[in-house]
Design a protein around this ligand. Structure first.
Ligand SMILES: [Zn+2]
Length: 52
């Protein structure tokens, strides 16, 4: 299985904090290891994959 590395931009929809992380795409699912924002938000994110 190919491990496709991607850059992912995650914006918290509660406080607006933005994170840029490296993730891996496996079978169309992005795994970044990102768990929660500084504001304890764990679910409401705007996630954008930035293919390089
Ligand atoms: Zn937040």
């Amino acid at each position: 299985m190919a491990d496709d590395r991607v850059k992912v931009s995650i914006v918290c929809m509660r406080c607006g904090e933005r994170f840029v992380l490296k993730g891996s795409r496996q079978k169309g699912k992005i795994d970044t290891g990102f768990k929660r924002c500084l504001c304890d938000n764990e679910k409401e994110f705007d996630i954008d994959v930035m293919d390089s």
